[in-house]
Design a protein around this ligand. Structure first.
Ligand code: ATP
Ligand code: MG
Length: 803
């Protein structure tokens, strides 16, 4: 049933309604946190489709994370039905990938180009620096990369950057940039910053291409506009055709543009974001309509007053008047820990108390900190007391070695020109292709002007290559070619992945290892296969749910391919790892879920009933770097504002008197942001004056349970009380993981073996079974492979065949 116009406007106040129905001119919605900007943007999309008959394919909505995009798409679908699913709702990066997949040839790329993430880029830049003989003290690859990233965000290509270089240092950077780009291109790869810059350059170099995308997108909507950088800003302008000089007689009318944002929440200046983009919107678009929202629907008045009080100390801002009618609510709770362990224990204990009292579920709680490294202590303490949690960001699943290796294999399959990926897995697992052999192949590639992959295929021509290496290379090439055929035959992503792990011998090597870490690695790979299977099963969530142009849009999406999968994985942003709150069935107790740990940067746009803002110390937050620098300090203060305004009902602020940084304990003064909170709003559970033991070394702290703070803290002995269910939950999660790993191998028969059987193993060759143990999925066999030795293999993974 189609909702009426009135229904689409339900639950919106007057200015919000005006923003939803506004038509004709560019629209800017500026407002403080929690005032419904994102809600308005979402409703407006539904309105455009239903009331203004916009084709869903003509709408481009930009969000800050892929998760936010999925939520928005979901929300719009609830309002106007499934056809909304084909809209482009995505991050800048994802949108650009989709455009580039169609237009890559115009830039001299193949449409199967690879996207390099930060680690890949660093590998490549390290190679460049080495090749150019740069002194790594003066030119650390990371620093060079940073410079390159800034150049790209400013839309400078290597020639522009070289022309703009002011001194020898910058000339060196620019030279490295040129070489880096050359290699990316040779590998048919782009890094993150390229994605956006390339589209802008494409549009500028090929007006007809730009014109076709302008015809397509009639509505462009951007959330979190305050965090756009110059390249993103330029992209919006290219799409919306805002330059009257270039509008010829047949130019189509510009797309309708709506941007929403809050200058007080701009926290990405270090990535080139510019507050000017929002400040100057009215200059850029003289006919723009601006709508202000002033009512906050998220937080209690107490939380809001606190946040307003902090942000009002920033000079370079327009004053705002944000209010809430949610009532005063609870007081803010403050706590000063003896050290960071004590601070973390306070948090754990408080979560325990809130959940016991039925005031909150674990899933309602978020713990924020300034830097990723601060999560470790919380993790330690939470594990000890059995409090289930989830860290967003930090060492991410997709950054783990084994996951990256597996993905490198897949990338090499779809894009053999991707030299970085290919070389990464060339001798992983060890298959007797050493550095010398690799160098011979690289030399052949250079000499024949062919790709590294082509050189591998013609390795027999490589001068000086050893016979043994040659044989191993040919084996490797054969495996890859065989897997490539699977990909070309349109095999499911999860099937290809499983085959890759088996045929490459990668799993076998992990299985045969005694290192307990390798066991975890096997689990993680099982998890990756599960991710791939989900992806193959549910194309709607995948990028390839993406419309083909025009009417074909509504046709069923084809089975998403490996390229789509890799793209999806490459673009997973930190905030995308937050688990969805499980929905409770009517009448059922809601699931308790897990506490979320994340950095303040990741928290943007989100909301939680209970928020702990931790590490409020000068030198931690605000960050050391910002202490003597006004613009940086103001950015830190905006970050504090973001943190405070995530809280809906309860807000905690805490710090530690002593904190061990790099092993040496430091005494940090209270954060100035704490002093900026109105005194009467904070109830201190424990203050610095109540600290009893100042000089106790932090190291003895964890085991010293008995001493607890004032304010009714329980003695440590009773601390774990009532947590047994959460402990079970944790084990439950581990079991679920193991289950996922087991499911990952479903569909493959486990060979039943007994001592004396002869077998063929994909990498170790012929062998004889020495003994077996366990049954079914757990069956393990010790197999003698002659010169390769005796290996213990988990049969459900091992690529062995009974002869
Ligand atoms: P942020 O600046 O943090 O991104 P925002 O301005 O985008 O915040 P939303 O996330 O859209 O704010 O809204 C904050 C909360 O208020 C959400 O839970 C939203 O559903 C709710 N909300 C927004 N407008 C209204 C309204 N008119 N009536 C009731 N609730 C509303
Ligand atoms: Mg928002």
């Amino acid at each position: 049933r189609r909702p009426s116009a009135e229904e689409l406007l339900e639950g919106l106040n007057d200015p919000q309604r005006r923003a939803v129905v506004h038509a004709g001119t560019p629209l800017l919605v500026v407002a403080g946190a929690g005032s419904g900007k994102t809600r308005v943007l979402t409703r407006r999309i539904a309105w455009l489709i239903n009331e203004r008959d916009a084709h869903p394919g003509s709408i481009l909505a930009i969000t800050f994370t892929n998760k936010a995009a999925a939520e928005m798409r979901e929300r719009v679908s609830e309002l106007v039905g499934n056809r909304a699913k084909i809209m482009w709702v995505s991050t800048f990066h994802s949108s650009c990938v989709r455009i580039l997949r169609k237009e890559a040839d115009k830039l001299g790329f193949k449409s199967s180009f690879t996207i390099y993430d930060a680690a890949d880029s660093k590998r490549l830049m390290t190679l460049v620096c080495k090749e150019q003989d740069l002194d790594t003290k003066r030119f650390a690859p990371r620093a060079v990369l940073n410079w390159v990233s800034n150049a790209k965000n400013e839309l400078l290509d290597p020639e522009d950057a070289a022309a703009a270089a002011q001194n020898v240092q910058e000339q060196t950077y620019a030279a490295a940039y040129a070489d880096y780009q050359r290699r990316l291109r040779a590998a048919n790869a782009m890094d993150f910053d390229d994605l956006i810059m390339s589209v802008v350059h494409l549009f500028r170099a090929h007006p007809e291409v730009r014109e076709s995308w302008r015809r397509r997108f009639r509505h462009v909507l951007v959330d979190e506009y305050q965090d756009t950088n110059h390249a993103q800003y330029a992209l919006v302008h290219e799409l919306c055709g805002t330059n009257p000089e270039e509008a010829g007689p047949d130019a189509i009318a510009p797309a309708e543009l709506m941007v929403v944002g809050d200058a007080d929440q701009s926290i990405y200046a270090f990535r080139g974001a510019s507050i000017r983009n929002i400040m100057d919107f009215e200059l850029d678009f003289p006919d723009a309509e601006t709508i202000l929202l002033e009512q906050n629907y998220r937080s209690t008045q107490t939380i809001l007053t606190a946040a307003n009080s902090v942000i009002s100390r920033n000079d370079s801002r327009k004053p705002k008047n944000l209010w809430s009618d949610a009532g005063q609510g609870e007081q803010i709770v403050g706590y000063v820990g003896d050290d960071e362990h004590d601070e973390a224990r306070f948090v754990a204990e408080e979560v325990d108390r809130l959940t016991d009292a039925g005031d909150a579920r674990a899933a309602d709680v978020a713990v924020f900190y300034r830097t990723n490294a601060q999560s470790r202590v919380f993790e330690e303490v939470f594990i000890r007391v059995g409090l289930p949690y989830r860290v967003v960001g930090g060492v991410r699943f997709y950054e783990r070695r084994e996951v990256k290796d597996a993905l490198a294999y897949l990338r090499a399959l779809v894009n053999p020109a991707d030299e970085v990926s290919l070389r990464r897995v060339l001798n992983v697992p060890k298959r007797g292709i050493g550095d010398r052999a690799e160098a011979c192949v690289a030399a052949l590639a250079e000499q024949e002007r062919i790709t590294f992959w082509q050189a591998l295929q013609r390795a027999q021509e490589a001068p000086g290559i050893a016979t043994r290496s040659l044989r191993n290379i040919q084996g490797f090439v054969a495996v890859l070619e065989e897997l490539q055929q699977m990909v070309e035959a349109g095999e499911r992503v999860d099937v290809v992945l499983e085959a890759t792990l088996a045929r490459s011998g990668y799993l076998a090597e992990l299985e045969a290892s005694d290192d307990p870490q390798d066991e975890t690695r096997v689990e993680n790979l099982g998890e990756l296969v599960a991710v791939a299977r989900e992806f193959a099963d549910d194309p709607v969530l995948g990028p390839s749910a993406d419309p083909v142009d025009g009417e074909a849009d509504e046709a069923a999406a084809p089975q998403p391919g490996l390229t789509d999968f890799l793209e999806r994985v490459a673009l997973v942003a930190d905030a995308d790892q937050i688990p969805d709150a499980p929905d409770a069935e009517p009448g059922e107790q809601p699931a308790p879920g897990v506490v979320t740990l994340m950095t303040l940067h990741t928290a943007k746009g989100l909301e939680f009933p209970v928020v702990f803002l931790t590490g409020l110390e000068d030198g931690i937050f605000p960050h050391q770097r910002a202490l003597g620098d006004k613009p940086e300090l103001e950015e830190e203060r905006r970050l504090a504002y973001v943190g405070l305004t995530r809280a809906q009902q309860r807000l905690y602020v805490s710090r530690a008197v002593v904190r061990s940084a790099w092993g040496a304990p430091s005494h940090n003064p209270a954060s100035r942001f704490v002093d900026e909170l109105p005194v009467d709003l904070v109830q201190w559970r424990r203050t610095a004056a109540e600290q009893t033991v100042w000089s106790r070394p932090a190291a003895t702290w964890g085991s010293d349970g008995g001493r607890r703070s004032g304010g009714g803290g329980a003695p440590d002995g009773s601390f774990g009380r009532g947590l047994s269910t959460s402990t079970q939950k944790r084990f439950g999660a581990a079991a679920a993981r193991a289950d996922a790993a087991a499911r990952a191998t479903k569909g493959r028969d486990v060979p039943s073996l007994e001592a004396g059987d002869r077998v063929q193993h994909d990498s170790f060759g012929l062998g004889t079974v020495v003994s077996t143990e366990g049954a079914g999925d757990k069956a393990v066999a010790s197999i003698d492979f002659g010169s390769d030795g005796v290996k213990r293999l988990l049969l459900r993974y091992a690529p062995v065949e009974k002869l």
